[in-house]
Design a protein around this ligand. Structure first.
Ligand SMILES: Cc1nc2c(=O)[nH]c(=O)nc-2n(C[C@H](O)[C@H](O)[C@H](O)CO)c1C
Length: 135
C-alpha cells in the first residue's frame, strides 16, 4: 500500500531482515504496555546510543508534528514496541531499553542514522480533537 511505504521505514527493509511482531492484545488480558494500534505516524532517526551496564539509552529524533503527542514518562511505540519515554527535549526522545527488550526486538542491531517507525499514543490525538472542537 502506497501510504504504508510513504509513512513507515518498511520501504527500507529487504528479504531476510528481522522485524518485531506482537500478537494482538486480547480484550480480557492485562495491559503490560499501552494501547498500540499499529498505525505508524512517521519515522524517527536514531541519533545516539548510550550503552550502560544494565540498560541502553537510545535517543531518536522524531518528526516535529508528532512532538506534541509525546510526554516524559508517557508511552511511545518505536518499531512496534511499546516503550516509556525516559527523556524528552524538543523532538529528541530517549528510551531506556532493558536487556530483555534488546534481545527480543531488533533494537540491538539498530545503529545511529537508522530509522524507526513511530506510533504516538492515540490518547493525545483524541484529547486534542475534543478540546479543539469545544473551543
Ligand atoms: C511500557 C514499556 N516500556 C519499556 C521501556 O521503557 N523499556 C524497555 O526496555 N521495555 C519496555 N517495555 C517492554 C517492551 O515492550 C518489551 O520488552 C518488548 O516488547 C519485547 O517483548 C514496556 C512494555
Amino acid at each position: 500500500m502506497r501510504i504504508t511505504l510513504d509513512t513507515t521505514a518498511l520501504s527500507g527493509i529487504a528479504v531476510g531482515d528481522r522485524v518485531n511482531l506482537e500478537r494482538a492484545l486480547r480484550a480480557d488480558a492485562r495491559l503490560g504496555g499501552h494501547m498500540l494500534l499499529g498505525h505508524v505516524d512517521g519515522t524517527a532517526t536514531l541519533v545516539a546510543v548510550d550503552a550502560q551496564e544494565e540498560w541502553t539509552d537510545l535517543t531518536f529524533d522524531i518528526p516535529a508534528d508528532l512532538e506534541r503527542y509525546v510526554v516524559r514518562k508517557g508511552s511511545i511505540a518505536l518499531n512496534g514496541t511499546s516503550l516509556t519515554v525516559a527523556e524528552l527535549e524538543g523532538t529528541r526522545v530517549t528510551v531506556s531499553l532493558i536487556p530483555t527488550t534488546l534481545e527480543e526486538t531488533t533494537f540491538g542491531s539498530l545503529a545511529v542514522g537508522d530509522t524507526a517507525n513511530v506510533e504516538v499514543d492515540v490518547i493525545g490525538k483524541y484529547v486534542e480533537k475534543m478540546l479543539g472542537e469545544r473551543a
